[in-house]
Design a protein around this ligand. Structure first.
Ligand code: C2E
Ligand code: CA
Ligand code: CA
Length: 729
């Protein structure tokens, strides 16, 4: 996956995770608020229960107080004729909502306010009050009319002893109303029970077997035994609380209980779970709606964010995949989409087509026109390709292509046919080709294979071939290159690199007025060209050491020639980009100047303008530094760089060296014009002009006519070792 897609996917995963996180958070928040709501409802119901129990206590106390007041007014004499007194009770009965009121003598005979006489000696309230207690009984069926009733009873004292019992009965339903027990407002039922579960007062909603007024018996013990036990234990410990219960219909309900002041009585409220839920249903629904709206909003935001990201990604991708010069695809696109082009069942060729004289083209037509030309080449290549083939412009003057073929003959014919005559007849190009034999080759490998093929072609192009197909033997050469690197390291250690000297001649073509120091390396019985090892050393940084070695060798030779009374001419030393980038390079040079006691005007430097491409100020600083130290500086390979002319406009070079490729053009009108123009330009800027690579008399004569100052080339002399050179001066 490309870095690009990776970044996008990470963002996508982040947005998705954030969304899931918010979704879950909302979900958890929902559960939490639900729970809170439930708790809140439960606690408000609990409060209702407690408030209810307080009301009930005072209501019951009130009833007892009435009986107490009545009892106080009954004397022992009155008790002799109880029937008579009870007649006066009817007002009290009516005023206080009682059903009956009666005085009961110690034998259990009850004299009721309506004149009836019943025996209640078996009733628990009678038994309790005869013992001196206030009592309210649980629900009983009235002995008089069989209706559900409750009875309040108190003892009547005479001379410190219980002499009778006063009681008043009340219809349970009336009592219930009076106690305001519908505190749950239709949400559930509230009743009063004793600690054994016997119902004292109820509305009668709870299903009870006809005669059994016991709440515990109405609860399905099979499924609720545990919670029921909790409730019973709370009753024992006089704790207020609640339990959750299940009824037969799988309906859950909650039972609250709060202790009352009388007889181990408990106020019990039972409320259906669904009722509780219904109680906060609206709030809950509102929250859910808000949750959904929130999630929706967040989703919309995220989706639009995601879409925006996708659009940006697409846009960026198209920018990242577009070549600015040709406006077509670039090699990043090719690299990231390589799998789309490779198909196991087809023969495929990967090609690097390089315009080899691109630098000269820039010099001649300028950068803008060159870019236009590169675009035309791209269009040309694009037009000769089939739909499932591709070409990209990968870097200035290099194109990469994927081409399909059925047989090599047809394929090479297609390659032969490529020509850019119609675009610009001066375009020279090479193609390195890799025929894909297996599909799992990486893009990088393919690029290195086509480079190797190109390089091989470049080095041995006797027949002016346009293309070279990569093979394994070429690869061997690459491996050899690695071995060479090892050898170079050893050669540096052993100071195997030596300076040779190529003389520079004055206008007469006879007087040696200078020389260029050129590196030579004896290895494997012959001299290895710097064109082979210098690029390697530039790539691995060893060039710094090599430049220093040569500089020292030059100083050493000059010292030797001086000591031998030779007429020493200034020697030009080549300095590489890498060496100039070394912070203390000037100190190293000074070190050898001092060591061999060399006058600075005997050393000049050649540097190429392209050695500090893109860092114009640095080039300027380096040249001024060398000037300050007393050295002369010459611009090498003038004309092949991108900005040679620009360079001489802002850097004060002392001399300009016209590149051999210009000199080769002598004989062609266009090139001759360029050379003339260049020399004029240099002269007008006060620079000397050196021509390198002068091979013929014709070239020398032409250059002389153009007012060139110095000449260097095979026509005069080849580079030679220091012994041979010392004989020349
Ligand atoms: P360059 O600085 O452009 O050096 C000129 C090259 O042209 C030399 O090749 C020289 O032998 C060759 N030459 C001179 N006259 C003629 C001619 O008439 N015909 C032809 N065909 N060639 C001619 P050489 O010595 O092989 O050096 C190649 C390149 O290696 C140099 O190009 C320079 O860039 C680099 N180089 C050589 N010595 C050093 C060195 O001591 N330090 C650094 N940094 N680079 C060096
Ligand atoms: Ca040079
Ligand atoms: Ca040169």
């Amino acid at each position: 996956m490309s870095e690009f897609n990776k970044k996008f996917n990470n963002k996508y995963i982040f947005i998705l995770s954030l969304w899931i996180f918010i979704f879950l958070a909302t979900f958890i928040f929902n559960i939490y608020t639900n729970k809170q709501l439930e708790n809140h409802t439960l606690s408000s119901i609990e409060t209702l229960s407690i408030e209810g129990s307080i009301n009930i206590n005072s209501s019951i106390t009130n009833k007892f107080n009435i009986l107490e007041t009545v009892a106080k007014n009954i004397s022992t004499e009155d008790l002799l004729n109880p029937k008579e007194i009870t007649k006066s009770f009817s007002n009290i009965v009516q005023a206080n909502g009682f059903k009956r009121m009666a005085i009961t003598t110690l034998d259990g005979t009850a004299y009721c306010d309506n004149g009836e006489i019943v025996n209640i000696s078996d009733r628990d309230y009678f038994k309790a009050s005869i013992e001196g207690k206030r009592f309210i009984n649980s629900i009983v069926s009235s002995k008089l009319d069989g209706r559900r009733s409750n009875v309040f009873s108190i003892p009547i004292f005479g001379y410190g002893e219980v002499v009778a019992v006063l009681w008043a009965s009340i219809l349970t339903d009336e009592f219930y109303k009076e106690l305001n027990l519908n505190i749950m407002n239709e949400l559930g039922e509230t009743l009063i029970i004793d600690s054994n579960g016997n119902i004292i007062v109820s509305e009668g909603k709870i299903a009870l077997s006809s005669d059994d007024f016991n709440l515990f018996n109405s609860i399905d013990t099979k499924i609720n035994i545990k919670n029921l036990d909790i409730m019973k234990k709370d009753f024992e410990n006089l704790n207020t609380g609640y339990i959750k219960l299940k009824s037969n219909e799988k309906n859950n309900y909650i039972m609250y209980y709060a202790k009352l002041d009388y007889n181990n009585w408990w106020l019990v409220s039972s409320i259906n779970n669904s009722t509780i839920k219904g109680y906060y249903y609206n709030t809950k629904i509102t929250i859910i709606i808000f949750d959904i709206l929130f999630i929706l909003l967040i989703s919309i935001i995220f989706i639009s964010l995601f879409n925006k990201e996708k659009r940006n990604h697409k846009k960026l991708k198209s920018i990242a995949y577009t070549d600015t010069i040709t406006e077509g695809k670039n090699d990043i696109f090719l690299k990231n989409n390589i799998s789309n082009f490779i198909n196991k069942n087809e023969n495929l060729a990967f090609i690097s087509l390089e315009i080899i004289n691109i630098k000269s083209i820039v010099t001649i037509v300028g950068l803008k026109n060159t870019e236009f030309l590169l675009k035309e080449v791209y269009t040309y290549l694009n037009n000769i390709l089939n739909n499932d083939e591709i070409v990209v412009h990968s870097y200035f003057g290099e194109y990469k292509l994927f081409i399909k073929y059925t047989n090599i003959k047809e394929f090479t014919k297609r390659l032969e046919d490529i020509n850019f005559q119609k675009i610009d007849e001066n375009i020279k190009f090479l193609m390195g080709i890799y025929l894909l034999d297996k599909c799992d080759v990486s893009y990088e490998d393919m690029c290195s294979y086509v480079s190797i093929a190109k390089e091989t072609l470049n080095n041995n192009n006797i027949n002016n071939n346009k293309y070279m197909i990569y093979n394994k033997k070429m690869h061997k050469r690459e491996v050899d290159k690695l071995r060479l690197e090892e050898d170079i390291k050893n050669a540096i250690e052993n100071k195997e690199f030596k300076a040779w000297f190529q003389p520079k001649y004055g206008k007469d073509g006879k007087t040696v007025i200078g020389a260029e120091a050129l590196i030579r390396w004896y290895k494997y019985g012959s001299i290895i060209s710097p064109y082979i090892f210098i690029p390697i050393c530039e790539a691995n940084g060893l060039i710094r050491k090599i430049d220093e070695l040569i500089f020292e060798d030059v100083c050493k030779n000059i010292r030797k020639w001086i000591n031998n009374n030779k007429k020493v001419v200034p020697i030009c030393v080549n300095l590489s980009r890498s060496y100039l980038n070394k912070v203390d390079f000037i100190d190293s040079l000074q070190k050898y100047i001092d060591k061999y006691k060399i006058s600075k005007d005997l050393i000049n430097f050649e540097i190429t303008e392209s050695s500090l491409i893109g860092n114009e100020n640095k080039l300027k600083d380096i040249v001024s530094l060398l000037h300050k130290k007393g050295f002369k500086v010459l611009v090498d390979d003038f004309g092949v760089g991108y900005s040679s002319i620009k360079a001489i406009s802002y850097v004060n070079f002392d001399a300009l060296k016209i590149d051999k490729s210009f000199i080769d053009g002598i004989g062609e009108e266009k090139w001759e014009y360029i050379i003339k123009y260049t020399i004029n330009l240099a002269n007008s800027l006060g620079m000397l002009v050196v021509a390198e690579g002068v091979e013929t008399e014709e070239q020398y004569k032409f250059l002389l006519d153009c007012n060139c100052d110095m000449f260097q080339g095979y026509y005069f002399n080849r580079p030679m070792d220091s012994n041979d050179f010392s004989k020349l001066i």
